[in-house]
Structures are given as structure tokens and as C-alpha cells.
Design a protein around this ligand. Structure first.
Ligand SMILES: [Zn+2]
Length: 413
């Protein structure tokens, strides 16, 4: 526990010298010195240059050695596959993204992911023995304890699929799996705009819609792992629109990227939007991205579609803001790239529908990490697990968690 306290102070940049470590940890000088020696021996911390003196002898600074190990990270989206190799600070050394339909099923998706990761390991020049773990996000509910996706609405064939086992067998690494939006929230918490924040809601508006929750400075997964899954909240009583989950009137079915594409296609075919009709005539499919482009070029129908999407998301967010009182709401995902029209509609609805006290210091911004958030979050998930007090104790003596596939299993007590 003391070791992790000292490590985290250094890892998150809160303390850079021995006197700072003693002050911020609340531990005695001798204990700090012992833990620091251990971390130096492990190669997790390096002794750096002399820090500026505050009077007297200048203390030597210490820093986290993010290069001590490497991580494989991946994010499967509804229509994309992204992967990378990162250091222990979630900085990506190499990365790759390609189109991939998640509906092709787990065998094909994980086979392709395996090939992409193999190529990335090669390209990064990272030694296999220095790979410490693998983190992957998927676009559906994940039971975090087992690494299985459970009844995912947009992932046919993935129900109860042992994603962790599949990847652990292939790479011989401890593997953690989570919902993609949880990982985006975690990525923003560690490397983006949410850094240092205690209460954050991250909303992803892509093909689907979901949210990740940061509570007391940590990712909050809930009892089973699906906290924040707001895409299937019912927003329109009596709606005729059937969602992929089988219910009617879900937020995702009315405001997600697929909904924009459907409504935009209708507007093109019915002659309401000459701009979108031209898109169809040119042989292109109307996607959320096309609607965004059309709105930026002034197509009033596309602007209205984005406003509608923003208002619906804003209504659900207002409920969350009233219920949870976050300090920060970050909006990300493919449709979020639509820009200011969407964000303005979300903000306006949230502020209008929430309690004044809940919005007094509330900020609503775009996710600055954008499509990097998921991969950064995958890396942060793995380091959080590897450096958790109960885990680090299991690999401390070996000096590295490399190859310890069973780290993901909970110890019998
Ligand atoms: Zn639904």
C-alpha cells in the first residue's frame, strides 16, 4: 500500500522530490526512503537531476520511468478498429486505425486485431518481454470482472464471448476489457481535460450513445460494469422508432449517428434537403459525418437534425446533471465532431433543464483527446490494474508482470 502511494504520487506528477513525497504521502521519511529504494530497484522510478533548491541542499528529483514497460492497447468501435503500443504513461509509440464492422463477429474481429497488434509490435521495435499487458475497449456492455461482453445491442455474435481469454491465449499477457466509453472517460481523466477532476461525465455520441462516469477522481463502473449506459434510456414515449435493443424511443435510436443517417436519408429522398439529395446522387451514403459536413456548409435540414440530436442528448444529460452534479461534462465520439451547433444545443438544454446549483460551476466541453481518448484510456486501465496494491504485490518479486496471464483473476481469499 505504501509503495503504491509513493508510486502514484510520482506517476501522476504530484510529487517530484523526497521532501514532497514525505509531505504529500503523510508517511514517515524512513518509509518513503524505503519505498523509493524499492521503486528505484524495480526500475519504475528514476533518479533525476537536482531539483531547484528552496534553501539548503537541492533535493534530487525523481520521476516515473514510463519506458519500464510497454502496453498493447485497442479499441473496437461499431465501424472501426484502432490499436497501438503505448508506454506506461499511456503515450502511444505507434498506432493504427482502420474501418471494421463489429457485426462480423468476435472471431474475425479479434483475429484482425491480433494481426494489427503483431504488426504494431514489430513497427514499434518494442521487445516482447517488455510487454506488460493488453487493454481493449468494445462498443457494448462488458462484465469487467470476467472480460466478457454481455448482450451487446450492436455486436451480434459477441454475447458472453470470452474476449479476455481469446487475447490472453494469443499474446500471453494479462488482458483487461471494458466498454469503450468507460475507457474514453478514463483517457480524459488521465491524459486530457478531466485531469485532476473529481466528478466528470463523458458522453460519446457516435453510431451509438453512451456515457462514462468519473466519481471521486476514479472511473465508476457500477456493480456489474455497465454504469453510464445511457443509450437505451427511453426519451420519447410512444415513439415508433424501434431501437437495435428491441425497445422503442431509446435515446440512441433517436439521436445517435445511425439515427442521423436514417433521418438524413429520408430528408434527401423526400426532397426536403436538396444538399443531401446531391450526396445521394453522387453515389455516397448519407452518414452522420455527411450530415455534419452538410450542416457546416449551411444545409438547414442538417443543422436542424443536429440541433434535434443535441436537444435529446441534452435532456438526458440534464437528468444526469441533476442526479449526479458533475463539475465537467465532456462530449466526444464521431457525431460530436459536428462542432458548435451540436454542443450549443446540448449546453442550452442542460442549462435550461438542470437545477441552478447543479450548473453554477458546470462546464460542458468537447473531448480534447477526440479519437485518442479510447486508446489512452485502455492504457490507463491496464496500468491502474497492474499498479493496484493487490496486483503489484503479486508481481513485485518477479520485477515485472510480463507473461502473468492469471493476474486478471481475483485471488481467493
Ligand atoms: Zn435501445
Amino acid at each position: 500500500m505504501n509503495l503504491v502511494t509513493v508510486l502514484d504520487l510520482i506517476r501522476f506528477g504530484h510529487a517530484r522530490t523526497r521532501p514532497e513525497l514525505t509531505e504529500y504521502s503523510g508517511l514517515g521519511r524512513t518509509i518513503v526512503a524505503q519505498q523509493l529504494d524499492l521503486l528505484l530497484d524495480l526500475g519504475l522510478v528514476g533518479d533525476g537531476r537536482l531539483a531547484p533548491s528552496t534553501g539548503g541542499r537541492a533535493p534530487r528529483s525523481v520521476s516515473f520511468r514510463a519506458e519500464a514497460g510497454s502496453l498493447l492497447v485497442a479499441e473496437l468501435g461499431a465501424t472501426s478498429l484502432a490499436a497501438g503500443v503505448s508506454d506506461l504513461n499511456a503515450d502511444l509509440i505507434v498506432q493504427h486505425e482502420e474501418s471494421f464492422d463489429i457485426g462480423r463477429g468476435p472471431e474475425q474481429a479479434l483475429e484482425r486485431l491480433g494481426e494489427v497488434l503483431e504488426a504494431l509490435i514489430e513497427k514499434s521495435g518494442v521487445h516482447r518481454a517488455s510487454l506488460w499487458g493488453l487493454g481493449v475497449g468494445v462498443p457494448g456492455p462488458v462484465e469487467f470482472s470476467t472480460g466478457r461482453s454481455i448482450s451487446p445491442p450492436i455486436m451480434p455474435g459477441w454475447d458472453n464471448y470470452p474476449i479476455r481469454q481469446h487475447l490472453a491465449d494469443r499474446f500471453g499477457l494479462p488482458v483487461w476489457v471494458d466498454n469503450d466509453v468507460n475507457l474514453m472517460a478514463l483517457g480524459e481523466l488521465r491524459s486530457g481535460r478531466a485531469r485532476g477532476e473529481q466528478s466528470v461525465v463523458y458522453v460519446k455520441i457516435g453510431t451509438g450513445i453512451g456515457a462514462g462516469i468519473v466519481c471521486e477522481g476514479k472511473l465508476y463502473r457500477g456493480a456489474q460494469g455497465c454504469a453510464g449506459d445511457i443509450g437505451h434510456v427511453g426519451v420519447r414515449e410512444g415513439s415508433e422508432v424501434v431501437c437495435r435493443c428491441g425497445n422503442r424511443g431509446c435515446l440512441e435510436a433517436l439521436a445517435g449517428g445511425a439515427a442521423l443517417a436514417r433521418d438524413g436519408t429520408f430528408a434527401a429522398a423526400s426532397g426536403q434537403s436538396p444538399y443531401l439529395a446531391t450526396v445521394l446522387e453522387e453515389g455516397r451514403e448519407i452518414t452522420g459525418e455527411e450530415i455534419t459536413k452538410a450542416a457546416q456548409r449551411g444545409d438547414p435540414v442538417s443543422v436542424e437534425l443536429l440541433l434535434h440530436c443535441g436537444r435529446l442528448v441534452g435532456e438526458v444529460l440534464a437528468t444526469i446533471v441533476n442526479f449526479y452534479n458533475p463539475a465537467l461534462v465532456l462530449v466526444g465520439g464521431g457525431v460530436a465532431a459536428a462542432g458548435d451547433v451540436l454542443l450549443a444545443a446540448i449546453r442550452e438544454t442542460v442549462y435550461r433543464r438542470s437545477l441552478p446549483l447543479a450548473t453554477r460551476d458546470l462546464h460542458v466541453y468537447f473531448s480534447p483527446l477526440g479519437d485518442q481518448a479510447g486508446l489512452c484510456g485502455s492504457a490507463a486501465m491496464v496500468t491502474d490494474e497492474l499498479f493496484a496494491p493487490s496486483q503489484i504485490a503479486r508481481w513485485l518479486e518477479r520485477g515485472s508482470p510480463a507473461g502473468m496471464v492469471d493476474l486478471t483473476t481475483t485471488l481467493a481469499t
